[in-house]
Design a protein around this ligand. Structure first.
Ligand code: PRT
Ligand code: ZN
Length: 284
């Protein structure tokens, strides 16, 4: 029994999807540039597909699980479930209008023509907000629609914002925040579900490790209490005596988000020789 995973064949999510599987310790021996590849050390088969097709294939059970943007999951609206958020491919689906136009609020979109590749998500959004606008479904280069007179506004994915900027548009509403997610068929067998759980366990360990750093520092013994209070650690920090009397080496794990804050506090309490090391896997 193997679990079949569908990932993007080429595009923005392809590399990070493969990287995630590799970091989860899954190895492939026959190259990753074909239609299909088999893992050598895990019961997993990889299918390479266009991202738009992945939800349908999973609903139909052609693949069991897949990696796609949440935006695609919402737009395709298939019978699949999101089992994990993967932390890459972050973007937002936003409405943008020509930058010299006034915008007071969402009611300004009434009776406007809006170009998008996300007509499902957009029409739901308009329904919810009681806006009546005309949605023009187009499949690519949405951002040029206002410039060529095809639409008054666009609804498209944004990450840095530079595409909107170069096309003279400004973002006025964010309608969806998105990142890559792991989705699954709703009716996995017990055996398939077990493989998925094993995979999720590994993915969790990889994600945790990315969000945390291992920290080692030297601390004067008189400040050890104060320093331990600053450091969360997995249980509590490890403390080892240094050969130098009156000093200890303290080891702990800190979260990326609090990292610089913690470093400053540690220095205030006399910590020296601070080393910060990446963690490869983290299992709690
Ligand atoms: O061939 P296939 O159909 O598989 O790929 P695709 O061309 O449909 O998708 P692709 O590879 O462009 O994007 C795959 C997924 O990446 C999307 O579904 C999103 O979940 C995610 N993602 C993250 C993005 C972006 N960031 C992004 N910036 N997808 C598209 N963009 C485009 C956007 O459409 C716009 O044209 O980039 C432009 C805006 O970028 P900024 O940086 O200028 O704001
Ligand atoms: Zn696509």
């Amino acid at each position: 029994m193997k679990l079949k995973i569908a990932i993007q064949k080429s595009g923005r999510l392809n590399e990070d999807s493969i990287k995630l599987l590799k970091e989860a310790g899954i190895e492939f021996n026959n190259g990753l540039n074909k239609l299909k590849s088999e893992a050598v050390n895990f019961p997993l088969e990889v299918f390479f597909l266009r991202d738009d097709d992945i939800p349908q294939y999973i609903e139909d059970g052609v693949a069991d699980i897949g990696i796609v943007g949440e935006n695609v999951v919402m737009e395709k609206n298939k019978e699949v479930k999101i089992v994990d958020h993967l932390g890459f491919g972050k973007c937002r689906l936003s409405i943008a209008i020509p930058k010299n136009q006034n915008y007071e609020g969402i009611q300004d979109l009434n009776d406007k023509r809006i170009a998008t590749s996300y007509s499902m998500v957009l029409s739901n959004y308009f329904k919810k907000n009681k806006i009546s606008a005309e949605i023009h479904e187009i499949s690519g280069s949405v951002e040029i629609a206002p410039g060529i007179g095809l639409a008054d506004a666009v609804c498209d994915l944004v990450s840095s914002g530079s595409t909107l900027f170069t096309n003279g548009l400004k973002e006025v509403e964010v309608i969806l925040k998105s990142e890559a997610v792991l989705i699954s068929n709703n009716n996995l067998s017990k055996e398939q579900d077990l493989i998925l759980k094993k995979l999720l366990f590994r993915i969790t360990a990889v994600k945790k490790a990315k969000n945390n750093k291992y920290i080692l520092l030297n601390a004067p013994n008189k400040n050890l209490d104060a320093i331990c209070k600053i450091l969360p650690g997995m249980k509590s920090p490890t403390i080892l005596p240094l050969a130098d009397n009156g000093w200890s080496s303290v080891h702990s794990v800190v979260n990326e988000n609090e990292f610089w804050d913690i470093i400053e506090k540690l220095k205030d309490k006399g910590a020296e020789g601070i080393l910060v090391v990446p963690i490869e896997k983290m299992i709690l």
